[in-house]
Design a binder for this molecule. Sequence first.
Ligand code: SF4
Length: 1016
Amino acid sequence: MTLGRRQFLKAGGTCVAGASALALGFAPPKAYAGDSRQYKLLRAKETRNNCTYCSVGCGILMYSLGDGAKNAKPSIFHIEGDPDHPVSRGSLCPKGAGLVDFIHSETRLQYPEYRAPGAKEWKRISWDEATDRIARLLKDDRDKNFIERNEKGELVNRWLSSGMLASSAASNETGVLDFKFARSLGMLGLDCQARLCHAPTVAALAPSFGRGAMTNNWVDIKNANVVLIMGGNPAEAHPVGFKWVMEAKIRNGAKVLVVDPRFNRSAAVADFYAPIRAGSDAAFMLGVINYLLSHDKIQHDYVKAYTNAALIVREDFAFEDGLFTGYDVEKRKYDKSSWTYERDEKGFARQDPTLQNPRCVINLLRKHVERYTPEMVTQLSGTPVKDFLYVCETLASTSAPDLTSTFLFALGWTHHTNGAQVIRSAAMVQMLLGNIGMAGGGMNALRGHSNIQGFTDLGLLSLRLPGYLNLPSDKQQDMATYLKETTPAADVPGQVNYYHNTPKFFVSLMKTLWGEHATAANNWGYDWLPKWDASYDMLAYFDRMYQGKVNGYIAQGFNPLAAMPDKNKTAVALSKLKFLVSIDPLSTETASFWKNEGQFNNVKTEDIQTEVFRLPASCFAEENGSIVNSGRWLQWHFAGAEPPGEAWHDSRIIGTIYSKVRDLYRKEGGVCPEPVLNMQWNYKDAEDPTPEEIARECNGTALADITDDQGHIVVPKGHQLPDFSVMKDDGTTASFCWIFAGSWTDAGNQMARRDNTDTGLGNTPGWAWAWPANRRLLYNRASMDPNGRPWDPKRQILEWDGKRWSGSDVPDYPPTSPPGSGVGPFIMLSEGLGRLFACDKMVDGPFPEQYEPTETPLVNNPLHPKVTHNPTARVLKDDRARMGDQKDFPYVATTYSITELFRHWTKHSRLNAIAQPEQFIEIGEKLAGRLNIAAGDMVKVSSKRGYIEAKAVVTKRVRTLTVMGRELDQIGVPCHWGFEGATRKGYLANTLSPAVGDANTQTPEFKAFLVNVEKV
Ligand code: SF4
């Protein structure tokens, strides 16, 4: 039998980590002595991995030399796209093409280093010295500052004076260790990159549909009839994922619409481009909703059957002059008790299927958006009326049941003080059009970093637990209260309301955390979880640092000096730390924040008394593990080489520090040692846990025989859980992250599967593994009418065979609930229906509203002049004085990413540094002409918080807009350069942006703030 290359890999199954080129049939039939040099891949080992940058998660093949002989270390010398990968199909963008240079970057760290207080240089130290000292510092700070009880005497077990940032490119398995480490110590200042990117997506999509993730997947974009790209620029930020937009355009005749402040590269290949003022997206989308409702362009059957349009809202709910009912001016918070439905005597929501009742959600929505006329949208956004109407009409065409539009968005929507509400408004448009659950439809949140989806899933955020459970607050003093308050009751009878299983997921988590120490008698160790009194998100925590209330901080694979807003404030905050631990493969600006880099980082080194540890970590190419792409696929990757020099894997670094802290507690005792010592850490080598054992633990196991309702054993004791449906709340199952259950079963590592067979509409369920339950298209039951007939026969995903649902994807529905059963397709929500009215699930309103950015170019908000900004956006005291206004700073700045560079990582890679060596600012021709700036001139861009200087790139891509009757200019600020790496030194762009965040999530407002521009 002869096997082709793909067939060979499939035949190799999941256990093949690498294969030599010889085995792949590249070897010539005979050797030709004296011929030209041998093809160098012939002697190489091929190892599968994924690109470490963005969440397209492109497949890569890494080639290394080193035959395993003594003293021969493998070294990766070539990387190319994996042709078998269903999304990338062999492609890599300029970032992925430079991965070899990232691995071998001159700024890769080789050994641990230490910077003493006031010192001007790094000093090399041993791992023992570093980890002993860090463990000592952590324990001393914890013992001194740990809070067992709050002022009311309630048990809170929290530690606020040290915190941690978890990486967004490390594997899930590292994330599991991070969580166990930080939470057992009582840290609340735990956060990850999601805070700085897609947290508003989760906050918007979860209340709308039940889950906060991208609804469809990259390949599915090809099925769309209309693609709206707004709040994102995938041609540059996700270039390989963008190929599926082109596929939709070329093969499906899709119309591609781009709405963006800049005529970007996505716009360059779109069918239609409309400009918009940064910060007015909510007005635009609410205008679309108004258009759809007033022109009767909605998918009526879908809206009636699958959304809460017919549910009746309480009489006392209202919206007036920019505020919803219940606003407390002092607290800048809402009392949300009226934001709910009228109830019947059983507590279920009242409804009017005829939609005649004026208090029906759809009628309140109609009233709410009627202010957003095309003229008002144009006044606010600067988008010409005809452009706005063209977008409306094109989207409206997909209200036909057999046509779909897909929405692609990213940080252009999240980075606003009302970011979550912008996304909510778009989610509502998609519900009105009947596009959720449909192939070629959906709300496709294009995640940024390669594993930020995974770290979000694992709950590495201040107030979260794994699997989107909440960390208990100090008001939830006992487990019963916590479970009662976090387990939703059904709002409509007969619905799945899957979160009613919350106690099973929670107790299974607790059994993973505390092992045999978690018993029914001690509420499964509930008291050992830290209890919060406030959010310790990054903005709040760095503000505490700025006030001198934080002593220790760990930045793992994270560069907050470059990533946080208001760099100058962040630098002051870091200088108030007693110790900082940077765990990273690369030299980051954060680790070197104490170094004077002249204009780029003008600090007084000798005055900075922070001890700094710089610990070298492995990178993606040197580890096994899983990462989650934007489409929720957990993809397993393999190490192709050892970490360089003395660098360690992240798991070994965390494992060693944690083991040393625990040893200190064992030897010396200390404050509240129980959670630290009771944390289950039963890895073969406690100092160096393996990814495989952590991945199995993350999936979960049966701690006793698990039986079904009839008493039949469904999972014998000691076996891996096949999925989350078998979980129990009696302590007989353990699972770290319930949504990952099924990823490593008795059948093995499902994340490493490589069958790329298309089962229909581009679904490849045999490739890797997707949460939840290997579903590729969320809410897919909504692709059919209540009686099970597909809205569009060409897009049929599921079929009812008389007994069960099956099809090209895993049904997102009870498999045996028959057509016509009345069970709604949004199974995670208590109504079973998509929410046009979000009830009390958002902090700033059940309907979205246009609020101005904190720094707005408008005098006030013409919709409600007394409530210009989001009334619930938190502006911390120290930051209020750091906000500018339009008199001093007349231009709107918006940050963005470019094709060749990824955040602040690729500047370390030579190839990418050559491609984009120097910082620039993008200015429109008209503004440049007014300011006498020519292309290549140096310009100074300043905000209330500081300034940067960079070359001007003068383009036609940024237009002067007319907003509220006057001309307004915007400038583009790409954010990739700094004072470390292989590019020319530059300013950190975040010097300019304000430290204020989205009201629901505190994700910073990087996309719209005020600046001035001058020629230098
Ligand atoms: S950066 Fe994104 S699109 Fe580019 S190669 Fe990497 S994963 Fe693919």
